[in-house]
Design a protein around this ligand. Structure first.
Ligand SMILES: Nc1ncnc2c1ncn2[C@@H]1O[C@H](COP(=O)(O)OP(=O)(O)OP(=O)(O)O)[C@@H](O)[C@H]1O
Length: 303
């Protein structure tokens, strides 16, 4: 189990994190969300042992995670970190990058394991290619496979699918999280993408103003986001009489006490996203059809 206890951190005088406490059980995934600069990457680096911790503690089972002042080499065998900058060997093939940390004394096992991981990240046909000739998304997949190669007990992921195109993203995400579950690997994932959280994370924390302001299951946080900041992570929303409503929770009706004026409609796939003005504020709602700017309509709220 990962335990973060009352963790605070500053880069010289710039305080970034204050009094963070949370746990992640074996095989569970925790998503960390927060605005850019809220300290998500810093938190992952602290858990990894990249910095010395002056206040608070991080533990994996009964091992305390310590920084460079205590470890000649940063990191621990049981933990892998896929950072935003992937540290790959550019002039070496994809398969050699993945197999780098696997024992060459068991060539059959090494080959089997490398092939298994090439499959997980859907890079079988790139096995022999040099990493320098890969796209950003392909490199990110190699970095993910390499992190999994030595079967870590815990995996830290910083924006793991940010470079991967939408064609591949969903199937890759399913494949990675399924692998983590089957192998009971714990995971802490810092992300801006709601799709990394909904459907995959067991718990999520929201970092805001240096602290954990919300900690709960993704489902409960989605259903009751509490803060506009949290709602904005999941999609367009409106605040009406102090309550937060997602765009699909406002419905156009024949007549009601809420009257608004359309500013713009945006094609959204299944529906149109309508931006409108209500009580001098912008609201957003989903509608089946496009509505012309300046049209007036009535709407009701549904929870
Ligand atoms: N090496 C560093 N030295 C000094 N300050 C840093 C360093 N790395 C990050 N910071 C600062 O710490 C704060 C948190 O940065 P961090 O990268 O942890 O945020 P983040 O939530 O991961 O952001 P993003 O979502 O943009 O990746 C920011 O104000 C940043 O400028």
């Amino acid at each position: 189990m990962l335990q973060v206890k009352n963790l605070s951190f500053a880069y010289s005088t710039n305080q970034v994190l204050k009094g963070l406490s949370f746990e992640v059980n074996r095989g569970k995934t925790l998503a960390v969300i927060g605005e850019s600069g809220s300290g998500k990457s810093t938190l992952l680096k602290l858990i990894y042992g990249e910095f010395d911790i002056k206040k608070g503690e991080v533990w994996w089972d009964n091992k305390q995670i310590l920084g460079p002042a205590f470890n000649l080499v940063v990191g621990y065998d049981f933990m892998k970190f896929v950072a935003q900058e992937f540290d790959l060997m550019p002039y070496t093939s994809v398969e050699d990058n993945i197999g780098k940390f696997l024992s060459r004394f068991y060539p059959e096992e090494k080959e089997k394991r490398t092939n298994e991981l090439l499959k997980v990240v859907e890079l079988e046909s790139f096995a022999k290619k040099k990493v320098k000739n890969l796209s950003g998304g392909q490199k990110q997949r190699v970095a993910l496979a390499r992190a999994l190669a030595k079967e870590p007990e815990i995996l830290l992921l910083d924006e793991p699918f940010s470079h991967i195109d939408n064609f591949k993203k969903q199937s890759l995400r399913r494949s990675i999280y399924e692998y983590l579950k089957i192998n009971q690997i714990s995971c802490v994932v810092a992300t801006h993408d709601k799709n990394d959280v909904l459907g995959f994370a067991d718990e999520m924390i929201v970092l805001h103003k240096k602290e954990v302001v919300i900690k709960d299951s993704p489902e409960r946080i989605y259903n009751d986001p509490k803060l506009p900041l949290v709602a904005s992570f999941f999609g367009e929303f409106s605040v009406i009489e102090g309550q937060i409503y997602y765009a699909h929770q406002l419905k156009i009706v024949q007549r009601s006490e809420h009257k608004a004026v359309v500013k713009q409609s945006y094609f959204n796939g299944n529906t149109w996203l309508v931006q409108a003005i209500y009580n001098s504020e912008y609201i957003f709602l989903e509608h089946e059809f496009e509505i012309q700017p300046k049209s007036e309509f009535y709407f009701k709220v549904m929870k």
